[in-house]
Design a protein around this ligand. Structure first.
Ligand code: SF4
Length: 362
């Protein structure tokens, strides 16, 4: 969605105004119930991956399915639930395990306890044919969103991470999901070997062209026990700094907002076991907020350029209030330099931002 100056009859006291999106949520249920299946179905271990530590969950698929069923039995029926199979390569699970997982999903969906479901997998594990047998199986079970761990569309980066597919293969996987009647989610890994900020922004553009239902950005970290840790120790890999991460992901998020695509993760979720094992990489407790703040500034700067002239007032959704000035107010000076000190910013209940020129004087 591009920023268009609007001349609204509802704001007659402002000379000009621009309305622009600053992020929407992908709200599918009151609660997501994750069922972690670390490394299950994976063809090998990718150089950066520490799913076991990241999810804080063991690799016992049957045990994890039983635990999910026990939790679902306890949940109050008035909550809507999304069941999410994360942490491995769902479409490459042994057929019997995948059928058990899908049977769990359909059982609770039929009973009304679960109202939608997703899984995560790799773009090269979707099988052949359009739609492939495995994607048909997911669609028939009523799962409606498939998230693909694409990581990058760059041939070089995919080769360095030994992902086993190239950019063309990644794109083919992304096209296969909607062709099977399923919604597509795309996960990118900014900062993985071979992914510079320029490569990442190219990845974002390529992902947005595929019209996904959502994106995730996971800035690459260096956990102990991965091959990346060895590369880092040998001086063959350096993770992005926090500043580089905030700048690049801020721009990537701005582009996603403009395209109307929700970015549902901007950092790996906090997990004590994972954080203890972390050796290097951009890990700040408020990283998501810092990235959102950067994206909001960049979005507003562009709207201001399109609007032309000095700003009068900026109306922002209330959700922006908590993060817009960055860590300890570090971005206040940049907002003031735009001509938008705090007294010119108003928080509202809306979802979009509205930037107005100065009030008319005649
Ligand atoms: S990145 Fe994905 S495919 Fe690779 S090991 Fe981790 S879960 Fe498996």
């Amino acid at each position: 969605m591009s920023v268009m100056p609007l001349f609204s009859p509802f704001a007659p006291h402002f000379s000009r105004e621009a309305v622009f999106p600053v992020g929407s949520r992908l709200r599918r249920a009151d609660r997501i119930l994750p069922v972690f299946l670390p490394f299950a179905g994976c063809p090998g271990r990718c150089v950066f991956c520490a799913q076991d530590r990241q999810t804080g969950s063991g690799g016992d698929v049957d045990g994890n399915l039983r635990a999910a069923a026990a939790l679902l039995d306890e949940i109050r029926p008035e909550q809507s639930i999304e069941l999410a199979f994360y942490g491995g390569t769902f479409t490459a699970l042994p057929a019997e395990q995948r059928k058990k997982a899908l049977a769990l999903y359909t059982r609770y969906r039929s009973s009304g306890k679960v109202n939608c479901g997703r899984c995560s997998t790799r773009p090269d594990a979707l099988g052949a044919g359009t739609p492939s047998a495995v994607l048909r199986e997911l669609a028939e079970a009523g799962l409606d969103l498939v998230e693909l761990g694409v990581q990058s569309f760059s041939d070089t980066a995919l080769h360095l991470a030994r992902r086993g597919y190239d950019g063309t293969g990644a794109e083919a996987g992304c096209r296969a999901v909607p062709a099977a009647g399923l919604k597509l989610g795309i996960q990118l890994l900014p900062g993985m070997p071979g992914v510079t900020p320029e490569v990442f922004l190219h990845d974002v553009d390529r992902a947005l062209e595929l019209r996904p239902a959502c994106l995730r950005f996971y800035p690459c970290l260096v956990p102990e026990g991965t091959e990346l840790a060895g590369m880092w120790r040998a001086g063959n890999y350096a993770p992005w700094t926090e500043e580089k991460t905030v700048a690049a992901l801020g721009e990537g998020l701005r582009r996603a907002w403009e395209a109307g695509v929700p970015v549902i993760r901007l950092a790996v979720a906090p997990e004590p076991v994972f954080d203890t094992a972390l050796l290097a990489g951009p890990r700040h407790p408020a990283l998501g907020g810092l990235i959102r703040a950067e994206a909001l500034l960049r979005t507003t700067e562009r709207a201001l350029r399109r609007l032309g002239g000095a700003p009068g007032r900026l109306y922002l959704p209330r959700a922006c209030q908590g993060y817009m000035y960055g860590h300890k107010g570090a971005l206040r000076a940049r907002w003031a330099a735009l001509g938008l000190p705090p007294e010119r910013i108003v928080f509202t209940a809306g979802e979009d931002a509205r930037l107005c020129g100065p009030p008319e004087t005649h």
